[in-house]
Write a protein that binds this ligand. Sequence first.
Ligand code: FES
Length: 100
Amino acid sequence: MQILCKAADVPEDEPLRVELPDGHAVAVYRWEGAFFCTDDMCSHGEASLAEGYVENGEIMCPYHMGSFCIRTGEARAAPCSVDIVAYDVVEQGDELVIDR
Ligand code: FES
């Protein structure tokens, strides 16, 4: 288990990029009152998904507007076709934790 950040650090509908101690970056989302987490790097190119925006439970990549489900990491819109990793987020007190 790894601590991501404080729950209060994640704005509604605006992803937060978090770099883990091993250098791997993830994007954390607060959407409709729940928290989600995926890898930050788009599977189509060198884009940080945390610079995109969330719409209908999908993160829209800022480069070519492909999208992924923030709950499962499933690629939902072209040009993205390779899924990204999604992590279960657990709230522990005022902190968010993922199993990675
Ligand atoms: S880099 Fe993300 S859609 Fe192309």
